[in-house]
Design a protein around this ligand. Structure first.
Ligand code: ATP
Ligand code: MG
Length: 173
């Protein structure tokens, strides 16, 4: 097996989570085993419905879990911290049985202080060597950027949101 990669999708432009979902479709198409753990977000979205359905499909190997409860302010609660920590523990527990693991919005969970970047770095260094991991979310800390093999920064050239266009079903959520 090839050495697993660490990929980071960060930056303020649109496309971080959707790019990770693209990699999920690729991996599942190859019959690989995928984990998708979502931090921070709790909303019912197109992708959460799709991933929940797909996780039931016995011909695929997808584990999907949400470890957030929506908006987290400047002073996160213990519940928010516990949820994020549980998400990282789940990542650890699943790591040995996966080919691709997406930690969606984990960069935001780190920026908000729910979990430490050092713990995530430790997880990445200690993971099974073939496991590919994608970290998404704006504001990825430098120590994780340094650890990653592939880093993409989405740059906002324009976003429809800026001229008052509401989030579009099927495109933005
Ligand atoms: P997507 O899920 O569409 O790939 P993302 O993961 O890059 O976006 P997030 O920071 O997770 O972006 O943002 C979550 C939501 O905010 C999504 O609905 C996304 O479309 C929207 N969004 C992304 N970038 C911007 C932006 N620059 N301004 C406003 N809304 C944005
Ligand atoms: Mg996102």
């Amino acid at each position: 097996m090839a050495k697993g990669l660490v990929l980071v999708n960060t930056g303020t432009g649109k496309g971080k989570t959707t790019a990770a979902l693209g990699a999920v479709s690729r991996a599942l198409g190859h019959g690989l085993r995928v984990g998708f753990i979502q931090f921070i977000k709790s909303k019912d979205t197109g992708e959460s419905r799709f991933l929940e359905d797909l996780a039931q499909d016995k011909t695929r190997s997808l584990h999907y879990a949400r470890h957030g409860r929506g908006f987290v302010g400047k002073n996160p609660s213990q519940t928010d911290r516990d949820l994020a920590r549980d998400g990282l523990e789940l990542a650890q527990a699943l790591a040995g049985e996966l080919d691709l693991l997406v930690l969606d919005e984990i960069n935001v969970a780190i920026s908000l202080g729910l979990i430490g970047s050092a713990e995530v770095a430790e997880f990445l260094k200690g993971r099974p060597p073939e496991l590919n991991v994608i970290l998404t979310g704006r504001g990825c800390p430098d120590d994780l950027i340094d650890l990653a093999d592939t880093v993409t920064e989405m740059i906002e050239v324009r976003h429809a949101f800026r001229n008052g266009t509401p989030a579009c079903r099927g495109v933005d959520f």
